[in-house]
Design a protein around this ligand. Structure first.
Ligand code: ARG
Length: 590
């Protein structure tokens, strides 16, 4: 379906042409003086020089051609040469009626869907999920859903950190505590036990302990390095123990992500591509692109146009070990081999920008992907506490994601439980649902690249630019529609048709709805979930103004009432679609 603004612009372009001017001048924009008009066109101003005419005369000519327009209710040429526009009520309502019938409210499917691999989440095995991983999960999940809604084929990959020194550290610490385990016995040839020798809680304590020890004790560190090396070289016992660490850690991650309503299609990790590394490195050397420098193997990636220095990309360390860049490069290669994607998008902290710049340049230089493949890094800012510093626990430690989630659940539980109509079981479920909306909306409503302040009080408020406010609006609509439907003889909601706007508030609401498909297209193209948040906030505000100024269910004119019911239904459907792509949902009541 043609976008609303495009239809209006087309009508305007026709008028410019009919009056003898270039149709390119007929671009219409949303009014920046809503007190004067709904839309405006500044084309006459731009045309003045070209046609050696006063802009007001051009505007007058164009306005003359729009007499009896099917789109504009009024076209005013005002000095020095603006065209102030108001839309016809019947044009607006028939657009909305059409939208309600179309799949995806008239958002057009792409001609050819793009295949996209989305790399997000990125948790590290054996380390607890912390709030830094929250943003990647929340933003990535929204980006995935937005792209899918838009019609693209997206594969989400978690890209576990499962291959570095942290694995050697955990193995070392386990070997100190339980030296008699069969995993450490080189002569052991039997089958390794099915049960893991630690719980997830133990694992979460083992890693920080090992990390601390390795910093204080060079011998311990050397042992951890050696274990990492032996693991990567394929030591049978260490590989088996490593698998246990993965199993225990991943089972716990799956629970955490399920609570966040985040899920992945692929659970690849850095380890997945281990065997692809030697071949890739050999090819880089053969092409003469990788060379030795201070013992390490590197690829130059600096470009003449760089404004700051981009250091060479290190492919292998001097001891021959692979690094974060190596696994990322081999992963690009494997993704290309298996999926041949049009785009690979990475969602990480923006402090990894240089890393991805080096990785992308190396991938291109070495021909790991075809030229037309897009490699994109979406870097996000830091989640800060109210003091403006990175979010910490009260005693200054790194905040675990599960603790943060239970804090926000507690806050919400208190609010929901105060509603006497809701029993304890429903209250608990609703509290979690609303808390998730608070958390995700609080994050997504900011432009991803910016830092933001995590403020539980503000995020959980039922008023203002918050997730709970949006849910509250949806719940309000649901309740009106349910009341309407339960009245005897009511026409089914689905059969109700949107009529002409009766008030300014109603027209504002309708105009918002008409902008849905353009907004969604834009949110996808710019990879910008915050645009959807801004849209539903305005839509909710305009809906609530309409609601407060209109007695919907008490209306005696049935036609009018049914038209409002249809309008409510469309508002609800669009709000629910938007929150679904953002990654949360609304309860029945709250
Ligand atoms: N595990 C990494 C971290 O915690 C994030 C991984 C992001 N994805 C990637 N392909 N590098 O920082």
């Amino acid at each position: 379906m043609e976008k609303f603004l495009n239809l209006i612009s087309k009508e305007m372009a026709d008028a410019f042409e009919a009056a003898g001017y270039d149709r390119e001048l007929g671009k219409v924009t949303v009014s920046n003086r809503p007190d004067l008009c709904e839309y405006q066109c500044n084309g006459a101003m731009a045309g003045a020089k070209r046609y050696h005419k006063a802009p007001i005369m051009i505007a007058g000519d164009v306005a003359g051609k729009l007499d009896g327009s099917g789109v504009f209710a009024s076209v005013e040429a005002v000095k020095p040469g603006f065209l102030n526009l108001k839309i016809r009520e019947d044009f607006l309502s028939s657009y909305l009626t059409q939208m309600s019938k179309e799949e995806k409210f008239g958002l057009e499917a792409p001609e050819k869907p793009a295949s996209i691999i989305l790399d997000y989440g990125g948790p590290n095995v054996a380390k607890p999920l912390h709030v830094g991983h929250l943003r990647s999960a929340v933003i990535g999940e929204a980006v995935k859903r937005i792209a899918r809604y838009h019609g693209e084929n997206v594969i989400g990959d978690i890209h576990l950190g499962d291959w570095g020194l942290q694995m050697g550290l955990v193995i070392t610490e386990v070997s100190k505590r339980q030296p008699d385990l069969c995993y450490f016995d080189p002569s052991f040839e039997g089958a390794y036990p099915a049960a893991a020798p630690f719980t997830v809680a133990e694992l979460e304590e083992i890693y920080p302990t090992a990390s601390k020890k390795s910093k204080a004790d060079p011998e311990y560190y050397a042992e951890a390095m050696d274990n990492t090396h032996r693991l990567q070289e394929g030591d049978r016992g260490l590989r088996a123990l490593w698998q246990k660490i993965i199993d225990v850690s991943v089972a716990d991650m799956k629970k955490n992500y399920a609570n966040l309503d985040v899920d992945f299609d692929l659970w690849w990790g850095e380890s997945t591509v281990h065997d692809a590394i030697p071949g890739m490195v050999a090819a880089m050397k053969e092409k003469g692109l990788a060379y030795e420098s201070n013992g390490a193997l590197v690829v130059d990636v600096a470009e003449e146009t760089d404004s700051k220095e981009i250091p060479p990309c290190i492919i292998l360390k001097s001891d021959g070990a692979a690094l974060y860049t190596t696994t990322d490069l081999a992963t690009i290669s494997e993704r290309e081999r298996l999926y041949h994607p049009d785009q690979i998008i990475y969602i990480t902290d923006k402090r990894q920008e240089l890393h991805f710049q080096q990785v992308f340049r190396t991938a291109r230089k070495c021909g790991l992907v075809p030229e037309e493949t897009q490699l994109r890094h979406i870097g996000f800012g830091t989640m800060n506490g109210k003091d403006g510093k990175p979010f910490k626990t009260r005693d200054g430690g790194v905040m675990k994601l599960s603790d943060l989630i239970s804090d926000i659940n507690d806050e919400m539980r208190g609010k929901i439980a105060s509603n006497p109509e809701i029993g304890p079981e429903e209250a608990e479920k609703t509290a979690r649902q609303v808390a998730l909306a608070a958390l995700k909306y609080g994050d997504l409503s900011n432009q991803a690249s910016k830092d933001y302040v995590f403020d539980i009080e503000r995020f959980t408020s039922f008023e203002g630019d918050t997730g709970p406010y949006i849910l509250y609006t949806i719940v309000r609509i649901k309740s009106i529609l349910a009341k309407y439907a339960s009245a005897e003889g009511a026409k089914p909601v689905k059969a109700c048709v949107i009529g002409l706007a009766q008030s300014k508030a109603e027209k504002d609401l309708m105009t918002d709805l008409a902008g849905f498909n353009a907004m969604m297209d834009n949110a996808y193209c710019e990879i910008a979930p915050h645009r959807i948040c801004a849209y539903i906030y305005q839509l909710s505000n305009d809906f609530n103004s309409f609601y407060h100024s209109t007695r919907i269910l008490a209306e005696e004119d049935t036609g009018r009432k049914e038209s409002w019911i249809a309008l409510l239904k469309l508002t609800q459907d669009i709000l629910c679609t938007c929150i679904d792509v953002l990654g949360f949902s609304a309860p029945e009541r709250m």
